[in-house]
Design a protein around this ligand. Structure first.
Ligand code: C2E
Ligand code: CA
Ligand code: CA
Length: 764
């Protein structure tokens, strides 16, 4: 459940910093207030009803038609309320200026006569006198007699909303309680502010319109035993403030809400942001150490707890707390953890082979960079291309996975996929002899066939080993080179040596010299005759390239062709041989000798559209008669991308060329599969033919291949016919053509003409 790679410490630190900044700077104020208002909505409860409101509303204004109202009207209200048994009567109306003396007197007398205490307001204003300060406007003396005085100032927060009311005020050393403090008989320091309980619903405050009460004093009955506040609610009279959740609210209502808050003792004491911040941090540190889904769930749960805790406290009237810093810390830490996880996932993806989910070359390089001693072992799977071609990409990937699994059985872990058909691992020990033992053990593990889609696949593979030295890339390169070299020698294992590297250098050098060699005439074409076994004459030949190197002497095609293939230089060479073959064939034809010529085409070429176009241009230039030029391709030509290869081979047959399958029997494919190729000829690999004299099983193989090939409509050529005995066997099997030293060695074109025309003379 816990993820050790999670950067929980860093995320925790980020949490603490964010929370601290938000708490100290007040940046979370808006969110804090918004959440608080939301919570108030959630547990809204009615006012106690102990404080009532006499509204100087729009209707009253309209009824009395003049302003200010005659003061006797206020007197009538006091008298009505007092008679009805109200417990206190407070005014939120400015009486600091005199009006009509008769009216002032009537109101003053009503106050004096009232059995309920009457509270008149004082207003603090910024001083007009020199020196600034504040002054207090108090009611005129005619009214003040028995009345109590209370301050009615309201101080909105910076954002214009009123969230607290003063318990009192101090002006020039004189303390004055607020209306709410008097009505709730609350004792407190006069400068204190009481946070309004936003959950009290102002809609439940009993109220009556001023004009109705004046016209019908019996309406005051409902206020028996209650405190009553008289004040303006008409919008026209100003005196409105913004209240969270309630919008524009008359000041008088705010005094009532303050009173209710004090009466219900529900002004929430705030525990501040720190307790919640620390508890959440502790929770987050646990959550951040969890893995993926667990972490997300834990962080979400934690956020929910943070959000709900103040609601619970407020419902239970235990207080409130600030949660914005904790929430901000949580958000920052969660985001950081999320980003970290995403970056990690990306990094992992870069280190993993998409098809097999094995670690890739990048991952190997990273490991190698940190490894000082040991060896790199590489495994090249030679028939990967065939599996890919026949069974598809998914099965090929599956094959690689299975191979990796087997290797892991021998604790060769982790196995990296460093190329399509190449696996690698590091042998960390320094014991050079043990390296080879372990490679041989691995080779033994791969000997049994691998079952894929129900077919047993025999692996053709080579191992290479190189001691760690130099850059990781160089070590990997040396191991792969050794594996390829082992494969090319039909061996299972090769340890990297200086010689091998020199050979690789040599191949690269030759590739660089190719153009010059082609131009100089160092490269030329030999022709080896093929015997028409039934007809008994030389009617065809194979063109075989030769390189007479000025310094190195003659180089065998087996030595330079793999290098040129690896360097992608085979197109130029093949086109050279093909042009030469067409030229020589045309020259022989001009002299009356009709000989078909076969040219070898490397596996990767048929898929190269430029190569196909160049062949077409040559055909157009030399116009060889239909069927007289054959292209020899090995089965692997069609394995990697069968559709493209088959399409290209079909193009060649449309040009009048013949396709022949070279080295048949050396690879893995079956005749049935080859049927998909537009080939007319099959060349049985010389390995089987040379061995035929001594091996019954080779004989059986050659014989059954000839039979089956004939059934499928192929002509059959046997290569490696070194003796008369073999030729006779082949003749008895019904083989069509024989090629080999017994028939004739590869020779230059003019020599070939002499031999072939002589044979023709003999035959004639
Ligand atoms: P390959 O296509 O199988 O050519 C037949 C090889 O067998 C030739 O070797 C030939 O000299 C040799 N050979 C002929 N008769 C006998 C025999 O009776 N016994 C034995 N043991 N060997 C015999 P070479 O000329 O050294 O060519 C080697 C390979 O190089 C060829 O094998 C072919 O794969 C490749 N190659 C040669 N020329 C070209 C070319 O122009 N293009 C391409 N792509 N490959 C070529
Ligand atoms: Ca050949
Ligand atoms: Ca061959």
């Amino acid at each position: 459940m816990f993820d050790s790679s999670s950067p929980w410490r860093a995320c925790g630190l980020l949490f603490a910093l964010t929370a601290l900044i938000v708490a100290v700077s007040g940046a979370g104020r808006g969110v804090e207030d918004g959440l608080h208002a939301l919570r108030d909505q959630l547990h809204l409860r009615p006012a106690s009803g102990q404080v009532a409101l006499v509204e100087m509303d729009a209707r009253s204004l309209a009824a009395f038609q003049r302003w200010p109202w005659p003061r006797s009207l206020y007197g009538r209200v006091v008298t009505a309320l007092s008679r009805a048994g109200a417990s206190a009567i407070a005014f939120d109306v400015d009486f600091s200026a005199r009006s009509d003396p008769k009216e002032d007197k009537a109101f003053g007398e009503a106050i004096t006569a009232s059995s309920a205490p009457v509270i008149l307001p004082t207003f603090q204003q910024s001083g007009s006198r020199e020196g600034g300060g504040t002054v207090e406007n108090i009611p005129i003396p005619e009214l003040r007699g028995r009345a109590m005085l209370a301050s009615v100032n309201i101080l909105p927060d910076q954002d214009g909303f009123v969230r607290a009311a003063p318990v009192g005020s101090v002006t020039e050393g004189l303390t004055r309680p607020a209306i709410a403090a008097i009505l709730a008989s609350s004792i407190g320091r006069n400068t204190q502010r009481v946070a309004l309980d936003g959950a009290i619903d102002p809609a439940a405050i009993p109220r009556v319109s001023f004009v109705d009460l004046v016209n019908n004093p019996s309406l005051a009955q409902q206020f028996k035993g209650k405190s009553v506040v008289v004040g303006a609610t008409a919008i026209e009279m100003g005196d409105h403030f913004l209240l969270p959740n309630h919008g524009q609210t008359p000041g008088v209502l705010i005094h009532i809400l303050a009173t209710e808050t004090l009466l219900q003792k529900s002004s929430p004491t705030s525990f501040g942001p720190w307790i919640m911040g620390l508890l959440t941090l502790a929770g987050a540190l646990v959550a951040l150490r969890m893995k993926g889904g667990w972490r997300t769930a834990a962080l979400a749960g934690l956020s929910a707890v943070v959000l709900v805790t103040p609601l619970a406290l407020e419902c239970l009237k235990l207080g409130t707390m600030e949660i914005a810093p904790a929430l901000a810390g949580l958000a920052a830490a969660a985001a950081a953890a999320q980003i970290h996880a995403a970056v990690q996932a990306l990094r992992r993806a870069r280190m993993v082979d998409a098809d097999t989910e094995l670690p890739n070359a990048r991952s190997l390089n990273a490991t190698l960079a940190a490894t000082k001693t040991g060896a790199v072992v590489a495994l090249r799977i030679a028939n990967y291309g065939e599996v890919h071609g026949v069974l598809g990409r998914d099965s090929a990937a599956e094959l690689i996975r299975r191979v990796a699994e087997r290797l892991q059985l021998a604790s060769l872990t982790p196995v990296h996929r460093v190329g399509e058909n190449a696996l690698t691992w590091i042998d960390p020990t320094t014991d050079e002899e043990a390296w080879e033992d372990r490679v041989h053990a691995a080779a033994a593990l791969l000997r049994a066939p691998i079952l894929l889609d129900g077919r047993p696949i025999n692996l053709a593979f080579g191992f290479g080993l190189a001691a760690l030295a130099g850059t990781p890339r160089a070590a990997l390169g040396r191991a792969l080179l050794s594996a390829d070299s082992a494969l090319s020698r039909n061996d299972r294992f090769e340890k990297h040596t200086e010689d091998l590297e020199r050979a690789a250098d040599w191949r690269m050098e030759l590739a660089a010299e190719l153009d010059q060699a082609l131009a100089n005439g160092d490269i030329w074409v030999a022709y080896q005759p093929k015997l028409d076994i039934a007809g008994g004459g030389i009617t065809s030949s194979e063109a075989l390239v030769r390189w007479r190197h000025p310094r190195r002497g003659p180089i065998s095609p087996d030595a330079f062709i793999p290098g040129l293939e690896a360097m992608g230089r085979m197109s130029d060479l093949t086109l050279f041989v093909l042009r030469q073959a067409m030229q020589d064939q045309a020259a022989w034809r001009a002299q009356g000798l009709s000989i078909s010529v076969s040219v070898n085409v490397s596996a990767q070429l048929p898929k190269d559209p430029e190569f196909v176009a160049a062949v077409e241009a040559l055909v157009a230039e030399y116009r060889p008669p239909e069927g007289m030029i054959t292209l020899e391709v090995t089965e692997s030509a069609a394995m990697q991308d069968p559709e493209a290869a088959i399409a290209a081979l079909a193009r060649f047959t449309e040009m009048g060329l013949v396709i022949s399958v070279d080295d048949y029997g050396a690879g893995q494919s079956t005749l049935g599969y080859l049927k998909a190729l537009p080939a007319k000829e099959l060349k049985i690999d010389q390995g089987f033919v040379v061995g035929m004299a001594a091996s019954r099983s080779d004989q059986a193989m050659v014989r059954s291949t000839i039979d089956l090939a004939h059934e499928l409509g192929y002509k059959v050529v046997a290569e490696g016919v070194e003796t008369l005995e073999i030729l006779e066997l082949l003749a008895s099997f019904g083989c069509d053509y024989a090629q080999g030293w017994h028939v004739g060695r590869p020779v230059a074109a003019d020599r070939f003409y002499e031999i072939a025309s002589g044979e023709a003379d003999q035959a004639a």
